[in-house]
Write a protein that binds this ligand. Structure first.
Ligand SMILES: Nc1ncnc2c1ncn2[C@@H]1O[C@H](COP(=O)(O)OP(=O)(O)OP(=O)(O)O)[C@@H](O)[C@H]1O
Length: 477
């Protein structure tokens, strides 16, 4: 085959226009050869520029990002949060290659009853079989190992548009897997020192914990120095956004929805404390760690990042990990940590649900900045009805309000041993006749082991420290 300009026959040149076959002064090349070289150079430069742009975009995702992602209907809590549009990435992602799997072995347990795992092979979907045959190492029993590449594809290269938010543990991205399922990918900070083996052991412990009121961990990624956790995506934002964001004059969180959130959260924590061995103390119960689905069902997040505890001993940590305003006094002062610390934080969270106020709010008058102190003072002055969130349109029934107030007071007892257990709190919040039924009975009928007792016998009554008089007075009214 003769190549134009390669010094072939004169017939080749004669077929070209005279100008093209004439020689240029530069290097004595034929004009069309010169043009071909120029075009090739231009194409190369374009490719290089494109590659540079891609690289710089990727780098920008590695820096600390402050953009938060939420669906358009989720209220924003601070100016750091900006709304972004759903970019319809799913269509693009579906075109990309990758191996994905539907969650195979998630076992959702109801309350604190541990469900049975599906035996392997039972009710397997096509997707699961595909992965088992093609990528056996990906299936890790409770969830999945994900490659960095898979998560890159799912999050469109960890782009800013996919950032949901940023917490103490790292940046959280929204991702869409190849099968269309949506996940939250937490890119952990400060993980360089952690060996892959240790990381896997810790993650395994978290991944096996499944409960309808706990955000499920569905997999992880450990490649090089990268450590990521892949969670089920909870679509309706977090409780902090709904309580303290701009929701207009009437909150969509009615009294009943708030109590549903309180009970669900209590069930999730009860499972951590009472349904697992070794038990798990959350250590950071707060409204931003309560995620909500579209039916306002709460799911407690970040629980797995707490330490696993032995069943008997309390655990002493060297630094207090919780969040200001929620931390129990004994944990703050001694670092002594047990599930009672979570109960205290839950009490503060319940106050937040009832009042719509933040645990610490410096914009309020001096006597109202600290929610716990203000709350106790209001209840002591019999002004319980006045503390209900003004954004709740329909006021709660008096009995329901008193029940919730009393549970708060018991949870924040300064004596951690006198606080109720989370399981007891679930019963207290759900029992229609708590605390009213007990007070009409003569003392002997309230002996332990009465099967009709609405309140579990072990539930301690509030002590002086938390204003036992207030609570007792409240109970009698
Ligand atoms: N599984 C999830 N589904 C949907 N959104 C999530 C999920 N996990 C976290 N988020 C959101 O990502 C954001 C950051 O979460 P993260 O738990 O990292 O931090 P935080 O709870 O705000 O703070 P901290 O780390 O101090 O507890 C929050 O807005 C949270 O609502």
């Amino acid at each position: 085959m003769s190549v134009p300009g390669s010094g072939g026959s004169g017939n080749d040149n004669s077929s070209l226009p005279h100008e093209l076959s004439s020689k240029t002064q530069f290097l004595n090349l034929k004009l069309y050869v010169f043009i071909a070289i120029l075009l090739t150079c231009a194409a190369l430069v374009s490719v290089l520029v494109f590659l540079c742009l891609c690289l710089s975009k990727k780098k920008s995702t590695n820096r600390k990002m402050r953009v938060k992602h939420s669906s358009g209907s989720i209220p924003l809590v601070s100016k750091e949060i900006v709304e972004i549009e759903d970019l319809g990435r799913r269509e693009n992602i579906e075109k990309l290659e990758g191996k994905f799997v539907k969650e195979a072995e998630i076992v959702v347990v109801d309350d604190i009853e541990v469900g049975k795992k599906k035996s392997s092979g039972e009710e397997e979907t096509d997707d699961v079989s595909a992965v088992k045959s093609s990528d056996v190492s990906a299936d890790i029993g409770w969830g999945r190992w994900y490659s960095l590449r898979e998560l890159e594809i799912a999050t469109c290269g960890f782009t800013e548009e996919n950032v949901i938010g940023e917490g103490g543990y790292g940046v959280v991205y929204r991702g869409v897997l190849n099968d269309g399922s949506v996940v939250a990918v937490k890119n952990l900070l400060n993980n360089k020192g952690q060996a892959e083996k240790e990381f896997k052991v810790e993650v395994e412990a978290i991944g096996k914990v499944k409960h309808k009121n706990l955000v499920g961990l569905i997999g992880y990624c450990a490649e090089g120095s990268q450590r990521m956790l892949v969670y089920e995506y909870v679509e309706n934002g977090n409780l902090e956004q709904w309580l303290h964001g701009d929701v207009g004059p009437v909150s969509p969180l009615t009294w009943d929805i708030r109590m549903k959130i309180a009970v669900g959260t209590a069930k999730g924590l009860a499972y951590l404390h009472e349904g697992l061995e070794p038990k798990v103390v959350h250590r950071d119960v707060k409204s931003s760690n309560i995620l909500l689905n579209k039916n306002w069902n709460p799911k407690v997040s970040d629980f797995g990042l707490a330490k696993l505890l032995g069943s008997e001993a309390s655990y002493v940590t060297t630094r207090v990990m919780g969040t200001f305003g929620y931390v129990s006094p004994e944990y703050a002062s001694t670092g002594m940590l047990n599930e009672g610390s979570d109960v205290y934080s839950f009490g503060v969270l319940l106050m937040e649900l009832i009042t719509g106020r933040s645990p610490i709010d410096y914009s309020r008058p001096a006597g109202e900045m600290n929610l716990v102190d203000w709350f106790k003072g209001m209840v002591a002055s019999r002004r319980g009805e006045e503390i209900v969130d003004p954004l709740i349109e329909v006021q709660p029934p008096s009995r329901a309000l008193k029940r919730a107030l009393l549970v708060c007071l018991r949870c924040i007892d300064l004596d951690a041993h006198k606080r109720p257990k989370m399981g007891q709190i679930v019963h207290m919040l759900e029992a229609d006749d708590f605390p009213f039924r007990a007070e009409h009975r003569p003392p002997r009928e309230r002996e332990p082991h009465s099967s009709h007792e609405a309140v579990p016998d072990k539930v301690p009554y509030p002590t002086k420290h938390t204003g036992v008089e207030d609570a007792e007075r409240l109970r009698r009214r």
